[in-house]
Design a binder for this molecule. Structure first.
Ligand code: NAD
Length: 415
C-alpha cells in the first residue's frame, strides 16, 4: 500500500470514529485541483491544491529527482490536516519539480524557480495559494519566485509566498520555528503525563535544520541530549552532549565531527573529550526517555520497533515512524506524538509571516515565537483532550481534531 492510500485509510477509520458526514469524507478523498506542467527541457512540475475548505491552499514546493504526482498528492493531503489541526485559516497544497538541484548551477536553479511561477501563476496568490520552501528549496528560491510573481502581477505581493529571506519580509523566527514548535509540543505533552518534567534524556536522529534547532532548545530547557546523528553516524555521551559546541563545530566544518565532541559532565564545567561514536541504528535503540526521528521517512519501522527503548517518540520528520511500526510501538506502550502535530511549528511560523506580510508589518523574533507557541500549545491541548474523549492514540486524535474543523467549515459553506 502506498503512503497516500495509507493516509486515506486512516481518514476512513477516523471518519467512522467521529461519525463524519459521508459527503465530507468523499470530498476529502481526492484533491480539489491537480495542476501539471512541463517546464522547458521537459521537466515535470506539479501543484496540487487539495482542500480550500479552511482557507487558501498552503504548502511547500520541493525540487527532487524522485518527485511524483502521487507524492505531491499525499503531501498536500497531509498539509490539509496539519493546517486544520493547528487551527490555521489555510487549506492544504503542495508543489514539486522533478529535478536534482545538486546537478544545477545557480543560474539554472533561478530559471527553474521562475519558470515554475510562470507555469502556475494563475492559480497562485496571497488569498489563493501560498507556497513556501520544502526539500531542496530555500529562501533564495522563494525570492526568485516572489520576484517573478510580482513581475507578472504588476504589483508588490509579499504575502504570495512565505519562507522569504528576512530582508525581503521573511520571518526572523522561520529558521528555528519547526524545532521550537516541536519543543512546545513535547513540553505540553509532558505536562499532561507527569507532574514535573526533570532532565529527561533525548536521542535525536538527524541534525539538520529541525534536529539541531530542537536539540539546542531542549538543551537550554534542561533536557539531557544523549545522542545526535547525521547521515554518517551518531555521537553519544551518557551524561549529555554539549549541543552549543557541537553546533558551533558543525557550522565551522559543515558536518558532525566524529573524532571530537563535547559532553556535559554531571558536575563541573564542560570539557573536551573523545565522544563515543555509534551507528544510526544504535542511536534509535538507546535507553533515552524520548526518541526524535528528525531526518528521513520510515527511520523507525517494523524491523527496529521491537528494540526501541524510549517511552515517547516525537515524530519531527514527516512519516518518521513507518505505519507498520505503529501497532508494535503502541502495544509496547510507547507514546507517539505524530508528525502533523509535532512538526507543525514550521507552518505556524509561515502563518505568522503571511499575516505580517498582508498587514505590511514586521514583528521581532520573540513576538513571532510567542505567537507560534500559542498556536502549538492550543493544538496540543485539543489533541490530548480528543485522545482521552475517543480513547484513541494521538495520531487518530489529531486527525479527529482536524476533521472537526473541516466538518464545521463544510456544514457552514456547503450545506
Ligand atoms: P535537513 O536536510 O536540514 O536535515 C536532515 C538531516 O538528516 C541531516 O543532518 C542529514 O545528515 C540527516 N540524515 C539523513 N539521513 C540520515 C539517517 N539515515 N540517519 C540520521 N540522520 C540522517 O532537513 P530538515 O529541514 O531538518 O528536515 C528534517 C525532517 O523534518 C524532514 O522529514 C522534513 O520533511 C521534516 N520537516 C521539516 C520542516 C522544516 O521546517 N525544515 C518542517 C516540517 C517537517
Amino acid at each position: 500500500m502506498n503512503f497516500f492510500e495509507d493516509e486515506l485509510k486512516l481518514l476512513e477509520e477516523v471518519g467512522t470514529l467521529v461519525k463524519a458526514s459521508p459527503e465530507l469524507l468523499k470530498m476529502l478523498a481526492q484533491p480539489e485541483h491537480v495542476a501539471e506542467a512541463k517546464l522547458p527541457n521537459n521537466i515535470p512540475a506539479w501543484r496540487v491544491q487539495y482542500s480550500s475548505l479552511l482557507g487558501p491552499y498552503k504548502g511547500g514546493i520541493r525540487f527532487h529527482p524522485a518527485s511524483s504526482l502521487e507524492e505531491v498528492k499525499a503531501l498536500s493531503f497531509l498539509m490539509t490536516f496539519k493546517n486544520a489541526v493547528l487551527g490555521l485559516p489555510f487549506g492544504g497544497g503542495k508543489g514539486a519539480v522533478r529535478i536534482n538541484p545538486k546537478e544545477l548551477g545557480t543560474a539554472e536553479l533561478e530559471r527553474v524557480s521562475r519558470e515554475y511561477v510562470r507555469a502556475f501563476f494563475k492559480i497562485l496568490g496571497p488569498k489563493k495559494d501560498i507556497p513556501a520552501p520544502d526539500v531542496n528549496t530555500n529562501p533564495q528560491v522563494i525570492a526568485w519566485m516572489l520576484g517573478e510573481y510580482e513581475k507578472l502581477a504588476g504589483q508588490k505581493s509579499l504575502a504570495a509566498f512565505t519562507g522569504k529571506p528576512v530582508e525581503l519580509g521573511g520571518s526572523p523566527a522561520r529558521e528555528s520555528a519547526t524545532g521550537f514548535g516541536g519543543f512546545v509540543v513535547l513540553r505540553e505533552i509532558l505536562k499532561f503525563i507527569k507532574a514535573e518534567a526533570r532532565g529527561e534524556s533525548v536521542a535525536i536522529a538527524g541534525f539538520g535544520n529541525v534536529g539541531s534547532n530542537l536539540a539546542e532548545i531542549l538543551a537550554e530547557n534542561g533536557f539531557r541530549i544523549l545522542a545526535v546523528s547525521d547521515s554518517k553516524g551518531a555521537l553519544f555521551a551518557p551524561s549529555g552532549l554539549d549541543i552549543k559546541r557541537i553546533i558551533g563545530d558543525r557550522e565551522k566544518y559543515g558536518r558532525l565531527l566524529q573524532n571530537i565532541c563535547y559532553f556535559k559532565p554531571l558536575r563541573g564545567a564542560a570539557r573536551e573529550v573523545k565522544c563515543e561514536v555509534i551507528s544510526n541504528e544504535e542511536l534509535l535503540k538507546l535507553p533515552a526517555d524520548i526518541l526524535v526521528p528528525a531526518a528521513i521517512e520510515g527511520a523507525i519501522n517494523a524491523k527496529n520497533a521491537p528494540d526501541i527503548q524510549a517511552k515517547i517518540i516525537l515524530e519531527m520528520a514527516n512519516g518518521g515512524v513507518a505505519r507498520d511500526a505503529y501497532e508494535i510501538l503502541a502495544e509496547r506502550g510507547i507514546l507517539i506524538i505524530p508528525d502533523i502535530l509535532a512538526n507543525g511549528g514550521g507552518v505556524a511560523g509561515s502563518y505568522v509571516e503571511w499575516s505580517s506580510s498582508l498587514a505590511q508589518k514586521s514583528l521581532p523574533k520573540e513576538a513571532e515565537l510567542e505567537k507560534i507557541e500559542a498556536i502549538m500549545a492550543e493544538a496540543v491541548g485539543k489533541v490530548w483532550a480528543k485522545s482521552r474523549e475517543l480513547k484513541t492514540d494521538l495520531r487518530k486524535a489529531a486527525y479527529a481534531v482536524a476533521l472537526a474543523q473541516l466538518e464545521d467549515a463544510f456544514q457552514k459553506k456547503m450545506r
